[in-house]
Design a protein around this ligand. Structure first.
Ligand code: ZN
Length: 292
């Protein structure tokens, strides 16, 4: 790709109750961004406050976190005009947009949905979740989210002169983290194309499969071998459902041990996650012992 550029954005928002939608909405109050050329050199920056329309006043915790005041916010322009201004600032070059975690993308989808009726983000063509990318490069376990501040500390990114929790400064810190851990091939694997599927995936809510007849409920996986001797276990109770897991009691006819077997099938957008726990039931202990 020739002439590619990178835009790293960071938003601040205020959680407000929308009577129109009968739910809380993270109303965006600030956007900050930096633009990098294809060698990751900073070439421009963007910062704009957005006047609130849904909520009149900032939450106390937002004021404490950002040091923004209601007066500051009232000087901002509307969400729609700031977003079209921001789209012009990005320009027509091939652009990979990034943010630290997908919360900013969810907030944009929610605000576009509220103000324009579509959750599609007009300036988003390609996207990288920097939290995931940097987390991978710093060997962060996949189930633990890496905060921007801890990442900056690990990477010796100097943040002292910057106000954390303001759009532009958080975007600058994110960019500096990227510059420290950028590896072209690994980075390119994280680039997502922002098509229909991209939004479907973000909007998909994972759920536990409760129906044995669901084709994703792979009954082969219920077969269990004795953890002690390897013999196939025999189920001696009905399956019951509790706390997302199906459970039953199984018995080993070879070594006379009994086990509680628990299984869970969870449907994600494009895969089914399977979990199984097998615990021995000891005569002296209750079924709920945590001796594994
Ligand atoms: Zn056995």
């Amino acid at each position: 790709m020739i002439g590619i550029q990178y835009v790293i954005l960071d938003l601040e928002w205020n959680s407000v109750y929308s009577k129109k939608h009968s739910k809380f909405i993270n109303e965006i109050i600030e956007i900050g961004a930096v633009k990098l050329d294809e060698s990751l050199r900073g070439i421009d920056s963007y910062s704009s406050l957005i006047a609130t329309e849904i909520g009149k006043n900032l939450q106390k915790k937002v004021i404490e976190l950002t040091h923004l005041t209601n007066e500051d916010i009232s000087t901002g322009k509307s969400f729609g005009s700031v977003m079209s201004d921001f789209k012009k600032w990005i320009g027509k070059s091939d652009t990979v947009v990034m943010s630290w975690g997908k919360c900013d993308i969810y907030a944009l989808m929610e605000n576009f949905s509220y103000f324009s009726g579509s959750h599609q983000i007009p300036f988003l063509k390609s996207y990288v979740d920097l939290q995931e990318y940097c987390g991978e490069l710093l060997n962060q376990p996949a189930n633990m989210q890496l905060g921007l501040q801890p990442a900056a500390e690990k990477l010796s990114v100097v943040t002292e002169q910057l106000d954390m929790h303001r759009g532009l400064s958080d975007a600058v810190i994110s960019a500096q983290c990227l510059q420290k851990v950028y590896l072209k091939q690994k980075f390119e694997k994280h680039i997502m194309t922002c098509d229909e599927q991209f939004y479907d995936r973000l909007l998909f809510k994972p759920y536990v499969i409760k129906n044995f007849k669901n084709p994703a409920f792979d009954t082969e996986k219920l077969l269990t071998d004795c953890p002690k001797c390897g013999q196939r276990l025999k189920r001696i109770s009905k399956w019951s459902f509790k706390n997302s897991f199906y459970r039953c009691v199984m018995e080993c006819r070879n070594c006379q041990r009994r086990f509680t077997t628990e299984v869970r099938f969870k449907q994600y957008y494009d895969y089914v996650d399977f979990k199984k726990k097998v615990r021995e039931i000891r005569e002296s202990n209750t079924e709920n012992n945590k001796a594994d």
